[in-house]
Design a protein. Structure first.
Length: 243
């Protein structure tokens, strides 16, 4: 069995917490950044998220399928429980493939990216997101089953290494970045002081929920036309040549 399968697979927290502010904000930011690259696909494959909040903005865009190791987010008849390292589809099967916060869970990385590229039709688009900055690594990444975090350059090089042409790559979640950096710093401090780690995703008050959601909505308007130089995520759109 692959390392991706044997490593702990807790599943996406968005399956349990679909209304958590980060998942709602991510859908808004993804749409603002990547919707122009969606086009009018005939067939769409969502790899690894299979949880609604990530892809709600794409509903209605062609015939949609999903792959995930966690069956809880899969829809009957449109979902397959399988690994991103061995997608159960023929070559050139899809016009759009999405992988939102998936690639960091895959080892070896190149095999997952080769599989994403393989099932794309010529001219097809890969839409992806990954967590940013290795310095931000904490026990949260261990618990989530991550193998790595990324800079923009790192994910662009990896995707281009799979033979795709990157059309846009930008950081995201810049508006809430100071809070993210502070939260990661606090986690590292707790670890150095041998204090118990905070479990799961950070709880936020209704006031902070409104603040984070508002900051992300303002950022979404910027991302429609501009790339950002920093943020806690990286969003990428790439195309497969030959179309």
């Amino acid at each position: 069995m692959s390392e991706e399968v044997t490593r702990e697979q807790p599943g996406s927290s968005s399956i349990r917490l679909p209304d958590y502010w980060w998942y709602r904000a991510r859908a808004t930011l993804l749409r603002s950044t990547l919707a122009d690259f969606l086009g009018s696909p005939r067939r769409v494959l969502d790899v690894g998220s299979a949880d609604g909040p990530s892809v709600s903005w794409m509903f209605g865009a062609g015939e949609q399928f999903a792959v995930d190791l966690d069956p809880r987010g899969l829809r009957s008849g449109r979902g397959v429980c399988a690994s991103a390292l061995a997608l159960p589809f023929a070559d050139a099967s899809f016009d759009v493939v999405t992988a939102f916060d998936v690639i960091e869970h895959c080892e070896p990385e190149h095999r997952a990216l080769d599989e994403l590229a393989r099932v794309l039709a010529p001219g097809g688009r890969l839409l992806a997101s990954v967590p940013a900055y290795q310095w931000a690594w904490t026990e949260h990444d261990d618990r989530a089953g991550h193998y790595r975090r990324y800079t923009r350059r790192r994910i662009v090089d990896a995707i281009e290494g799979a033979g795709l042409q990157v059309q846009r790559a930008t950081y995201a979640f810049a508006g809430v970045f100071p809070f993210f950096a502070a939260e990661r710093g606090l986690r590292r401090l707790r670890r150095r002081c041998h204090l118990p780690a905070d479990p799961g995703v950070p709880e936020v008050s209704p006031l902070l929920d409104r603040l984070f959601t508002g900051l992300s909505a303002a950022e979404a308007r910027i991302l429609r036309s501009r790339d950002l130089a920093f943020g806690s995520s990286v969003f990428v759109a790439a195309v497969k040549g030959g179309g």
